[in-house]
Design a protein around this ligand. Structure first.
Ligand code: NAI
Length: 373
């Protein structure tokens, strides 16, 4: 794996490295870890890679790796949003499959361009919507697909964080700085950064599409040029309705992602900060709590479980599930066995849906109306 991003002090690059290497299938061997050559080299040293493969830029990495007898097999993009499109295009043009962090691009127009590039390149492309990798999210998805809740009537999904409650960007904090700059984050702030995860999880677990929405976006902290708090009403393809809340000014919240799905017979309840339990609730009997690692889970959940019940898995393991599926796909693709991604692994379609969600939410907010999806 060759990484773009993940330089000194970065958040998600080191997470990608740990997760990718967890199952012993992938190794970080090269990178353009920063747009500063010195910082890229410093990061390469901290990752203990051969420093001749710690490059000054991603362009140099792609050009030099292509010349090697043992080049990287794929590229991971862990940089701020506005760089995703140019890096993905350059990687695909150089013949390297891509794992990109979300959102796929900074704007909807960009993702439509990327979709064409991915399709014409014919190379694997995956998008790390991390929460899709949790075993109990896979369990919930299988329960919905089997119709065990009955027809789904309502979804309540929320992703609440508190870390941007104050103008952290004014202190020079790196992650806050680019997230509130529309030139780098794209026109969506919170709605793009974490709203897209909540949106993805809704469609991923229910198997339904959002067909219309009505959103309000606010910039609560004075001077912010992008939203930091969002609420959206959703209509789903089977007639169900939903409410999506995403906020980064919810003081006291850490990474409070939670989803509740109500069907005609029962409801499902899962939250990211306690990811090893999934609760099914019914009017007709006591609640059922399903625990990660147990044999009774659905096969799709068991397939992504590494440890027996009682041994908690979490964020890194969920990320690693996506990498394991990508590695499987990459091997199959290289052996001409498989062109299409596994249904469980988010790819370019999820990228297009996510960017459409941001674009539609902004349109709805600006017009004050419901908008079709
Ligand atoms: P960050 O600011 O902590 O790190 C970004 C890194 O990219 C820095 O090391 C920076 O030097 C490097 N960089 C910027 N431009 C570059 C270039 N042209 N070439 C090489 N390196 C370059 O940002 P963070 O929080 O790690 O986010 C990065 C991406 O990951 C964002 O798109 C974000 O939305 C996404 N993300 C996804 C998460 C998930 O749950 N899947 C969680 C956190 C972030």
């Amino acid at each position: 794996m060759g990484m773009v991003g993940g330089g000194p002090g970065a958040f998600i690059g080191p997470v990608h490295r740990m997760a990718a290497e967890l199952d012993g299938r992938i190794q970080l061997v090269a990178g353009a870890f920063s747009s500063s050559p010195e910082k890229s080299r410093a990061a390469g040293a901290s990752y203990r890679i051969d420093l001749t493969r710690a490059y000054a830029s991603y362009e140099e990495m792609f050009a030099r790796e292509k010349q090697r007898p043992d080049p990287i097999d794929f590229v991971v993009i862990a940089t701020p949003n506005s760089t995703h499109l140019p890096i993905a295009k350059a990687a695909l043009a150089a013949g390297f499959p891509v794992v990109s962090d979300k959102p796929a691009t900074a704007t909807y127009a960009e993702v439509l361009e990327l979709e064409k590039v991915v399709s014409s390149a014919g190379l694997p492309y995956a998008l790390t919507h991390t929460y899709a990798g949790y075993a109990l999210v896979r369990d919930a998805r299988s329960i919905c697909a089997a119709g065990e809740l009955g027809s789904i009537r309502k979804v309540a999904v929320e992703y609440l964080q508190g870390w941007l409650s104050q103008p952290l960007e004014a202190t020079g904090q790196k992650q806050a700085g680019w997230r509130v700059d529309p030139a780098i984050s794209g026109p969506g702030g919170c709605i793009g950064d974490i709203g897209t995860h909540a949106f993805h999880l809704t469609e991923y677990i229910t198997g339904l599409n959002v067909t219309a929405l009505h959103a309000t976006l606010r910039s609560v902290v004075p001077g912010r040029r992008v939203d930091d708090d969002c609420t959206a009403l959703l209509k789903l393809s089977n007639g169900a309705e939903g409410i999506l809340m995403a906020s980064q000014i919810a003081a006291g919240e850490g990474n409070g992602m939670r989803i509740r799905i109500y069907g005609e017979n029962a409801s499902l309840h899962w939250q990211q900060e306690t990811p090893n339990t999934l609760t099914i609730r019914r009017n007709t009997g006591p609640d059922e709590t399903r625990h990660a690692g147990m044999h009774y889970l659905k096969p799709d959940a068991v397939a992504v479980t590494r440890l027996p019940g009682g041994h908690p898995e979490g964020y890194l393991e969920a990320f690693a599930v996506l990498y394991r599926e990508f590695a499987d796909w990459l091997e199959a693709w290289r052996e001409d066995r498989e062109d299409t991604p596994p249904a469980t692994l988010p790819g370019i379609r999820a990228g297009v849906r996510g960017m459409r969600f941001i674009e539609r939410a902004i349109e709805s907010h600006n017009t004050g109306h419901w908008v079709d999806f």
